[in-house]
Ligand binder design. Structure first.
Ligand SMILES: Nc1nc2c(ncn2[C@@H]2O[C@H](COP(=O)(O)OP(=O)(O)OP(=O)(O)O)[C@@H](O)[C@H]2O)c(=O)[nH]1
Ligand SMILES: [Zn+2]
Ligand SMILES: [Zn+2]
Ligand SMILES: [Zn+2]
Length: 260
């Protein structure tokens, strides 16, 4: 997370950023912000869980193919699951418009200057965007390999995309982001024959050097290569999530309430 560009301050948490705290050091303020963010994220998770929705946070560098992956996923799974999308970009409704063109509800968050989504922004979206009836909610985070990894949004799963033109050493350079991943996707695989210096074996070695054992899949939203494995992963995650919620509801009967 950057601690100097001010990107951690958004309308939802501004009051906490400027709240007087003992010893007003940058570290104290940041801890305060992240604690408030985690509180809001837990609340978002309660929203998702109450509706039985699996929330998947997509993170990557700008332009690595998040929206294209969502378009291809809607084509593949749109009849099987009810999908919703929250989009995060600094400006424009472009990505939300692309998703809506596929007949899927999409909510665009424009962050202005902030290079990541935070839990307060997602919470505001949740109160305007109906979760009822959805199976999977994708949250497309702002394109950035640094800050988004530090902000819990209340999602259940993090998916990190690494596109072939970016180079195979990204996991080594951006370890915080790749350590946060539950799944890594090597995207734009149709370009592999053109970009011979991208070695998928080396990319995986860099990922494993982080002591990460998460699955790594190679796919192309353009050709459809590898999409079946990604769709299977989503099916499994949704089933596991729903099974877990069944258990959570039993626990809720023992006094754990889901906050509004
Ligand atoms: N060759 C190829 N190009 C792709 C693929 N997926 C996306 N692209 C192209 O890459 C560019 C960026 O794709 P997007 O889906 O907009 O990327 P993004 O990650 O959503 O971008 P931001 O939201 O700006 O971070 C577009 O020109 C896409 O057509 C792919 O699988 N293969
Ligand atoms: Zn930043
Ligand atoms: Zn996008
Ligand atoms: Zn709420």
């Amino acid at each position: 997370m950057c601690d100097s560009c001010g990107c951690t301050v958004s309308p939802g948490n501004r009051k906490h950023a400027y709240m007087p705290v003992a010893g007003t050091t940058a570290v104290t303020v940041l801890k305060n912000l992240l604690a408030e963010n985690d509180h809001a994220a837990a609340h978002n998770r309660a929203h998702f869980d109450r509706h039985g929705v699996l929330a998947v946070n997509l993170m990557s560098a700008p332009g690595s193919g998040k929206t294209a992956l969502l378009e291809a996923t809607i084509d593949a799974l749109g009849q099987e699951f009810r999908i919703g999308v929250i989009e995060g970009d600094l400006e424009t409704e472009n990505d939300a418009a692309r998703i809506r063109a596929k007949g899927v509800p999409a909510w665009q968050i424009t962050t202005g200057t902030s290079c990541h989504l935070d839990a307060h922004m997602v919470h505001a979206a949740l109160h305007a965007f109906p979760l009822a009836g959805l199976d999977i909610l994708f949250i497309e985070n702002v394109g950035n390999l640094v800050c988004p990894a530090s902000f819990d949004l209340g999602q259940h799963r993090n998916v990190v995309l690494l596109s072939v033109p970016e180079g195979d050493d990204k996991p080594a350079k951006y370890p915080v982001m790749f350590r946060a991943a539950h799944l890594v996707l090597l995207t734009k695989s149709d370009l592999l024959p053109l970009l011979e210096d991208f070695d998928p074996v080396r990319a995986e070695a860099h990922l494993r050097d982080l002591a990460s054992s998460v699955p790594l899949m190679t796919l192309s939203a353009r050709t459809g290569e590898g999409l079946a494995a990604w769709c299977d992963w989503l099916r499994r995650e949704l089933a596991t999530h729903r099974a877990r919620l069944g258990m959570a509801h039993a626990v809720a009967g023992c006094g754990v309430a889901l906050a509004e």
